[in-house]
Design a protein around this ligand. Structure first.
Ligand code: TRH
Length: 377
């Protein structure tokens, strides 16, 4: 009998909640032969990264996943064998009653936010609250052994490396997206929240000796790009040149296309959680705009990741990379930070690949979840 999984996704804001749960659901179906229902309360956010979604439907199949709209009025539903509440979302009370009424108690987990902090290892797989005899467990993704690892589909790194070796595949992919960079231009992708540091970075890119083609998917950073360009109504399809810098706005593309876009670029500015992980799998240098939290606790998360990520770098390269990420997230001179980073480019590039391969040695998150379930039953 196939194990039945219910994944609950409440879209708080942005795309990370649905981005992570959608990947996880697909992988559980494709690689672990699970029956997966994915409950999503906002199908419009889902549709942005999976245009096949019909936002009118309460139930539909996508990539073998039983996608359900999570309605305000919860319908009578039997509980699955494994229940995942993504990012601490609250399950419908009637569903919790259904879990408690099961002859065989389901495994109930909270899939937590990604963090490189030390304490994550100690909390991973610990029991959390209980509801009428049904125990909930913490499940933490992470970068260190002893965590749940990262989402990574089977064969992903081989596919990525083959794609990056294949100049024709890269060119064809970019052309299909309407991207025609100059032969010697470096390609940078920019997916970020609003950021006051952007102008100084674009200033230095536009006056650089080397051409840069900057790809900006439609989103929150567009206002800053628009201000810097001095234009209005910036939208997908727009291309503007300022000195050595070409800025091109892209539409928000399906998730698989976004992954490939990251593989094409020499440098990826990413944000949140899911694009941050995918940029690491791209094996190229990256810049993380972390999701802001109250009392600046996100800066502790940033420092924890930087400590881990830069541990194998030379002191000078480490200082430059840390400075650039901190300036991007907490303010400072991006022009200076970028110039310093460029001084260490070969080392930082080699490191991006070796970090990726090292992380690829750990069990991936979907496998770790399945293994937890198997050991639990
Ligand atoms: O959208 P985000 O800022 O999501 C955030 C974070 O997850 C954060 O931790 C969470 O607390 C908050 O949401 C609620 O960034 P993230 O995580 O990178 O998610 C973006 C998703 O969008 C990711 O799955 C990649 C996908 N994407 C596309 O599919 N197409 C695109 O064109 C782009 C730019 C992104």
């Amino acid at each position: 009998m196939k194990a039945r999984w219910d994944i609950f996704c409440s879209v708080v804001d942005n795309y990370g909640d649905i981005g992570v749960t959608w990947r996880l659901a697909r992988q559980l179906v494709a690689e672990h032969a699970c029956d997966v229902r994915l409950w999503v309360d906002d199908l419009r956010a889902f549709e942005r990264m999976c245009p096949e979604i019909d936002v009118q439907l309460s139930q539909q199949w996508q990539a073998g996943v039983d996608v359900r709209h999570w309605p305000a009025e919860w319908p009578a539903t039997s509980a699955a064998d494994v229940v995942i509440a993504a990012f601490a979302c609250q399950l419908p009370p009637d569903y919790m009653e259904a879990m408690a009424a099961c002859a065989r108690t389901p495994l109930w987990m909270n899939l937590d936010y990604l963090s490189a902090e030390d304490w994550v290892v100690g909390c991973h797989r610990l029991p959390s609250v209980k509801f009428k005899g049904v125990q909930k467990y913490f499940f933490f993704p992470g970068f260190r052994p002893g965590t749940g690892g990262l989402l990574r589909e089977a064969g992903l790194l081989d596919q990525r490396q083959a794609f990056q070796r294949d100049a024709v595949a890269r060119e064809t992919f970019l052309q299909d997206m309407g991207v025609f960079p100059a032969a010697d231009a470096q390609l940078i992708s920019l997916f970020a929240y609003e950021n006051a540091g952007l102008a100084a970075w674009l200033d230095v890119l536009s006056t650089d000796g080397r051409a840069t083609h900057l790809l900006v998917p439609e989103g929150r950073i567009l206002g800053d790009v628009q201000r810097w360009l001095g234009v209005q109504g910036l939208a997908a399809g727009a291309v503007h040149q300022r000195g050595a810098l070409t800025v091109q706005v892209l539409p928000f593309v399906p998730q698989a296309h976004y992954d490939r876009l990251l593989w094409c670029c020499d440098f990826n500015a990413v944000r949140g959680e899911d694009s941050f992980v995918r940029a690491q799998w791209a094996g190229r240098p990256l810049l993380w705009h972390i999701y802001r939290q109250d009392e600046d606790i996100h800066l502790d998360k940033l420092d924890a990741f930087l400590a881990l990520y830069t541990a194998a770098l030379s002191p000078a390269a480490r200082t430059a990379l840390i400075a650039m990420w901190q300036v991007w997230n907490a303010g400072g001179d991006m022009a200076q930070a970028w110039k310093k980073l460029l001084e260490h480019w070969p080392e930082v590039s080699r490191h991006a690949e070796s970090w990726c391969l090292e992380q690829g040695l750990q069990a991936d998150l979907a496998t770790a979840l399945v293994q937890f379930y198997e050991s639990w039953i």
